[in-house]
Design a protein around this ligand. Structure first.
Ligand SMILES: Nc1ncnc2c1ncn2[C@@H]1O[C@H](COP(=O)(O)OP(=O)(O)OP(=O)(O)O)[C@@H](O)[C@H]1O
Length: 240
């Protein structure tokens, strides 16, 4: 359902993505790992046009989103994103954070959105926090709200950009557990992460990026036990 063809991205003279080719099927859970600066976040952000590719195509369900007349709003409805730094609305309650976009963008009624919002908050273990403000939550709780908010748009794809790297270590697990519970439920997940344990347990594929290209693309069992390239071996030696 997502076809990435010869994707390039440069910032001025800095070439970050140098021809990424890959395909992600509906419902797949793909982790994107690699050294710092290898282009992981840039790659992810090209998939919902937070970054505009310099060259190449990103085709989602048959539509090339890099075409000039792309409806970005529609793409973002279908491709949700969870960021490292939550980006919750501070002056809205947890429930309002979750229901805002469905009401505003999708035109769902307030009562329907609230019903769905409460169900989603229960799903991420925060049913009792619906009426509090984000400032009263821990980092792990904020990130779980951000996940509920992404789910509220009922997207086919969710992009996760290092969702646990801004969290205190004790909060990482609760967020990864929520992500694991979403994996293999039909939603397509692309996850940039430094959590090798998660990549190993929850993903069905690992994309190893280095120097702006996909160096390895393999199921985790294969990648973590038998990496094919020296670059991946060196990376894993440092990480594991
Ligand atoms: N908006 C930007 N303008 C200029 N350079 C940028 C921009 N965004 C990223 N870069 C540069 O592009 C390169 C790749 O960045 P990117 O964030 O995609 O890497 P990454 O693999 O996700 O790294 P990390 O694991 O450290 O987050 C880096 O050298 C970074 O400084």
């Amino acid at each position: 359902m997502i076809n990435v063809e010869n994707l390039h991205k440069s910032y001025g003279s800095l070439q970050v993505l140098k021809g990424i080719n890959t395909q992600v099927e509906k419902g797949e859970v793909v982790t994107i790992i690699g050294p710092s600066g290898s282009g992981k976040s840039t790659f992810l952000r090209c998939i919902n046009l937070l970054e505009v590719p310099t060259k190449g195509k990103v085709i989602i369900d048959g539509t090339d989103i890099t075409e000039k007349n792309t409806n970005i709003k529609k793409i973002r409805e279908n491709v949700g994103m969870v960021f490292q730094h939550f980006h919750l609305f501070p002056h809205k309650t947890v429930l309002q954070n979750v229901t805002y976009a469905p009401i505003k963008v999708k035109g769902i009624s307030k009562s329907e959105a609230e019903k769905m919002g409460k169900e989603l908050l229960a799903r991420v273990g925060l049913a009792d926090k619906a009426n509090v403000y984000p400032s009263r939550l821990s980092g792990g709780q904020k990130q779980r709200v951000a996940i509920a908010r992404a789910l509220a748009m009922n997207p086919e794809v969710i992009l996760f950009d290092e969702p646990t790297s801004a969290l205190d270590p004790e909060m990482v697990k609760e967020v990864l557990e929520v992500m694991k519970s979403l994996a293999h439920t039909g939603i397509t997940m692309l996850i940039v992460t430094h959590e090798m344990g998660f990549a190993r347990e929850a993903a069905n594929r690992v994309l190893f990026l280095d120097g702006g290209v996909v160096v390895e693309d393999a199921p985790p069992a294969e990648f973590f036990t038998n990496p094919k390239t020296d670059r991946a071996k060196e990376f894993l030696e440092k990480m594991l």
